[in-house]
Design a protein around this ligand. Structure first.
Ligand SMILES: [Zn+2]
Length: 247
C-alpha cells in the first residue's frame, strides 16, 4: 500500500495524475437518448419503466440536457423497494446506454491529466525524482541520528534540525532525565571520561578544541582539569603538536 501510495504521489508531482483526498460526490445521471427513444425503451423493457417514470417525475426534463444529482435512497423509498434494486436498474440503463450513471464517490480519486502514455516511455523527470529521494533519505538519516544521538537534549536537537538554536534544555526528554545526574560531579566525570575515550578512539587523533567540539562541550575548568588528569594517568596521550589520542 505504501509503495503504491508513494508511486502515485510521484506521478502527481510529475503532473501525470491528479490525486484527491477522500471526498463525497453524489450520484449523477443524464439521459443519453431523446424522449421518443426513451418512450420506446419503456415499452420494450417494462421492468425498467417504473424507474424511468420516477426519474422523470422527480428530476424532470433537465435529465435530457444535463447531469442531475440523484439520491438512490430517496428513489427506492418512493418505489417502495430497496436501494440496491434501484442501483441495479440504473446500472442496467447505463449498460444499455440509455443513461450515463455516475455512482456516488466517497473514496480518494485519481484523474488522468495528460493524454495516454506508454507506461515504459513515461517522460519522468528522473533527475528531480532522484534528488527528492536523496532529500528524503537525508531527512530519514537525520531522524535516525536523532534517535541515536547522546550528546544533546532531544528538543534542542530538533530545534537545530529546523535551524533554530536554543541554549535551554527541555528537561523532560530521556537525555535531559539522564543528564539530571549531571549535578553529581563524580557521575559527570565518569560519563565525560567515557565520552572522551570513545571519541578519541573513533577519531584517532584530535586537537583539544576538535575533541571538545565533537563532544559539544565548552572548555570549562572542569573539562580541562579532567583532560589533564587523563593525560597524567596515561589514558590519553598528548603529542608534541598538541593533538590528543588514545594508545
Ligand atoms: Zn531535553
Amino acid at each position: 500500500v505504501l509503495e503504491t501510495f508513494y508511486a502515485l504521489k510521484v506521478l502527481e508531482e510529475e503532473g501525470f495524475i491528479g490525486l484527491s483526498e477522500s471526498y463525497y460526490s453524489p450520484s449523477k445521471i443524464h439521459f443519453l437518448v431523446g424522449p421518443q427513444q426513451l418512450y420506446e425503451i419503456q415499452i420494450a423493457h417494462a421492468s425498467l419503466d417504473p424507474v424511468i417514470k420516477l426519474l422523470l417525475r422527480t428530476y424532470g426534463g433537465n435529465l435530457f440536457s444535463e447531469y442531475m444529482k440523484i439520491n438512490e435512497f430517496k428513489l427506492a423509498k418512493a418505489l417502495e423497494t430497496s436501494e440496491a434494486k434501484i442501483i441495479k436498474s440504473l446500472e442496467k440503463l447505463g449498460q444499455m446506454e440509455v443513461v450515463d450513471y455516475e455512482k456516488r464517490k466517497d473514496k480518494p480519486q485519481i484523474t488522468f491529466i495528460t493524454s495516454r502514455y506508454d507506461a515504459a516511455k513515461l517522460p519522468l523527470n528522473t533527475k528531480r525524482i532522484s534528488l527528492r529521494r536523496e532529500l528524503t533519505l537525508e531527512k530519514a538519516k537525520s531522524m535516525v541520528a536523532y534517535a541515536h544521538q547522546e550528546v544533546i537534549c532531544r528538543t534542542q536537537f530538533i530545534q537545530e534540525y529546523f535551524g533554530e538554536k536554543s541554549d535551554s534544555r527541555c528537561g523532560i526528554c530521556d537525555w535531559c532525565v539522564e543528564n539530571k545526574k549531571m549535578e553529581d560531579p563524580a557521575w559527570v566525570e565518569k560519563k565525560l571520561k567515557k565520552q572522551i575515550i570513545e571519541t578519541l578512539r573513533s577519531n584517532g587523533e584530535l586537537s583539544q578544541s576538535g575533541l571538545l567540539e565533537s563532544l559539544r562541550i565548552s572548555a570549562s575548568e572542569f573539562t580541562l582539569e579532567l583532560l589533564r588528569k587523563l593525560t597524567d594517568e596515561g589514558v590519553i596521550r598528548q603529542h608534541k603538536n598538541g593533538t590528543l589520542s588514545i594508545d
